[in-house]
Design a binder for this molecule. Sequence first.
Ligand SMILES: Cc1ncc(COP(=O)(O)O)c(C=O)c1O
Length: 366
Amino acid sequence: MEFNRVQELALQHGTPVLFLSEGRARESYRNLSAALPGVDLYYAVKSNAQPELISMLDGEGSFFDVCSNGEIDVLKGLGISASRCIHTHPIKRDGDIRYALDYGLTIFVVDNEDELAKFIPYKDSAELLIRMSIQNPGCLVNLSQKFGVAPEKTYDLIKKAHGMGLRVKGISFHAGSQNENPLKYIEALEYCKDVCGKAALAGIDIEVIDIGGGFPISYLTQVLPMAAFCQPIVDYLSRYFTSYRIIAEPGRVLSGPAMTLAAKVIGRSYRNGAWWYYLDEGLYGSFSGKMFDHADYPMFLTRPGERQNSVLAGPTCDSIDVLYENISLPPLEIGDILVFESMGAYTVASSSNFNGFPKAKLVVVE
Ligand SMILES: Cc1ncc(COP(=O)(O)O)c(C=O)c1O
């Protein structure tokens, strides 16, 4: 959003404030759909569960990926049909499985034998995606550290599930979040091809390949346009996977660009050779993504002047609540508005009210 417009709206609504741009979210959805033709997009609700964003994606025809009863409740509240949802948490309690089944959701992700056993009572209604791990230590968040069965053990787990009378619908993987290397998807698809071949020989019919999320967005550096990023994936799918239903679980790429944050300087102090500026938003709020998601956000300000060594800190009393140290800023005044872009993914989702500071308010803009 244009700085002056954000500043004007921030003064009107008060800070800290997150602006949700429906136009940007819609554009991101359409971009990714066009870049991945024929792939059904299940928006990963965890990246940002704001009902306004979910409703907008619903209107675009999106499907949804949920991981908890709370996320199911958000979709239920919006009247979204369970037939358009999958449950992708590899570890679930029996009650979680029943909660999802009661909603009407029938597709679940599993990555180990104990989890398979949990589905025996529900084998007539549940269908399983077996999650394969794809190591990607080079990306922002390596999601295969905690979940996924090793590629070389994936077929064994499928065979085991089949032997237990469970319905294996497909294979899923997550190539790592903010993954800037499209070849990681190809590496994963190579493994899938091998596993599907073995399963077919054993008479096990794999119908779905779930290529997960991970699609990157521009933060401080530009990433490839989505069409170029996805081209190798599309080429590979059209060569080897034409007879499968392909789905994806994008989170960040849809929610990230959709939000802009405006925060205000509420105090300042010269300490140990640097100007400290205290904002009304910090690590315990919308900047929680700096901590949990390891993300950094483009910052905009308009004040002119000679730049000095500065620190930007959040409002809470905790000394960990510091956003940037050793940055070079012009002299800021109390009341100045700072604007941060690409603030929609894993930000408000993990923010808290620590120290009694309310979460940033949300304002929907076109
Ligand atoms: C199972 C699963 N699917 C999808 C996503 C969304 O990933 P991204 O936001 O990188 O697209 C995540 C992120 O944690 C995930 O764990």
